[in-house]
Design a protein around this ligand. Structure first.
Ligand SMILES: [Fe+2]
Length: 418
């Protein structure tokens, strides 16, 4: 169980780590790309500004000399910046001149071409192009005079400097490493906290179970007080039942139900009148019919509390018989729940070996003989045989012990199963 919780937690924390790393890592990369794009756009716009100023100056004269002078200026400008191509258009999108950086002539040929649609737009257009692991930005800038008349446009192709891309990649990579590291360390920190919290929850649920068991014992004791002075019958049938259940390898959950059912099997007797419950002699048919209702009353009582619901099989079916002649439903064979079939054997055996208002205790041998004779009729033969094979040992350990000793054994079982 402990190892399972560790394995369960490690797998889930690893999954959370992976998912968070993928999601936040993707976000970091996206932010890195966006930041690079913004930076490149800003640099491209800054570097194209002097060209725009020179072009507006040229457009005021548009003579051959002015064009020659303009060409000279833009050839000078392009030598020292990151623009690789600059083209200039008049208001009708007709090219006036261009300058291509000699070192970028090959790249310029491979860049995607454009039409004249840029001439229709009124604002700046930026187009990102990724090629050969480089980032290029194509910028169209419309130019206006002072009264807002469009004079022309310029196009610049800006090549993002390699060191800016490398720096951005390095920053993004370190941010990614940091994010993964933070997620991993957080998960490592959470691990012992969750384990500790889980232990506390187990402790609390154990305390809660013990509180419920205490209530169970009080309730069982209250019922026992009606027709006997002690809890000893409840203790013995519970101990016998668990021993047989363990031989049959019942699950912890099933044994919990059996323990609760053993304590509360006759809880419905609280609704039976004393004149019938405590009558020393044989019951009349009418009285026995009333006595039989204790299983129904018991079922009604325990169904009102969720924690007791798994005692229902024993409470409701402990007077069913294997051949179908029991009550209240006349269930046949394996229709009777296994816990109730186990309990039926030990309940009758303990009743036989105990003193009751209407009889003296039977000897162990006589009691075993009665159980054996009723195998297949009253009792499940497999369970009856199993019980008879263990009977001498069980009797030695349980039947003749003091109530305080049996209570100690019962506490051990409660620790084991709750
Ligand atoms: Fe009963």
């Amino acid at each position: 169980m402990i190892n399972n919780i560790h394995k369960w937690l490690i797998i889930r924390l690893a999954m959370v780590c992976l998912v968070l790393s993928l999601v936040i890592g993707g976000l970091v990369q996206y932010i890195g790309h966006t930041r690079l794009d913004d930076h490149v756009i800003q640099m491209a716009q800054t570097e194209t500004a002097p060209y725009a100023a020179e072009f507006i100056s040229y457009l005021q004269f548009t003579t051959e000399e002015a064009l020659a002078y303009f060409n000279l200026k833009i050839h000078d400008l392009i030598k020292n910046d990151n623009l690789i191509v600059v083209e200039f258009y008049d208001a009708d999108a007709q090219k006036i001149t261009e300058v291509i950086k000699p070192s970028a002539a090959e790249i310029e040929k491979r860049l995607p071409k454009h039409g004249t649609e840029f001439a229709l737009t009124k604002g700046i257009i930026c187009e990102k192009i990724t090629m050969d692991q480089g980032i290029f930005l194509r910028v169209f800038i419309p130019l206006y005079d002072k009264i807002g008349t469009k004079l022309g446009s310029m196009e610049g192709i800006y090549k993002a400097p390699g060191e800016i891309i490398a720096q951005n990649r390095s920053q993004t990579l370190w941010a990614l490493i940091l994010v993964v590291l933070i997620i991993f360390v957080t998960s490592l920190t959470l691990y012992p906290l969750i384990i500790r919290l889980n232990r506390k929850l187990i402790d609390y649920s154990h305390i809660l179970a013990l509180t419920n068991i205490g209530m169970l014992k009080v309730l069982g004791s209250a019922i026992a007080k009606r027709d006997s002075d002690t809890n000893i019958h409840n203790f013995r049938v519970m101990l016998y039942s668990v021993r047989i259940a363990e031989k049959l390898k019942l699950s912890h959950i099933a044994i919990q139900g059996l323990i609760k059912g053993s304590f509360l099997h006759d809880v419905g007797k609280i609704a039976i009148p004393d004149a019938i419950l405590l009558k020393p002699g044989k019951l009349t048919a009418e009285e026995f019919a009333v006595m039989k209702t204790h299983v129904g009353h018991g079922g009604d009582i325990i169904r009102s509390y969720d924690w007791l619901k798994d005692a229902d099989e024993v409470v409701r079916c402990h007077h069913e018989k294997f051949d179908g002649n029991g009550y209240p439903q006349g269930l046949l064979g394996e229709e009777i729940p296994l816990s109730a079939r186990i309990f039926a054997v030990v309940d009758v055996f303990d009743a036989l070996t105990s003193k009751r208002p209407y009889k003296e205790p039977f000897s162990i041998e006589a009691s075993m003989k009665i159980i054996e004779e009723a195998r297949g009729s009253h009792f499940d033969p497999v369970i009856a045989d199993l019980f008879l094979a263990q009977a001498k040992t069980l009797v030695a350990e349980i039947c003749n012990e003091e109530e305080s000793v049996l209570h100690g054994k019962l506490e051990e079982y409660i620790k084991t199963y709750f």
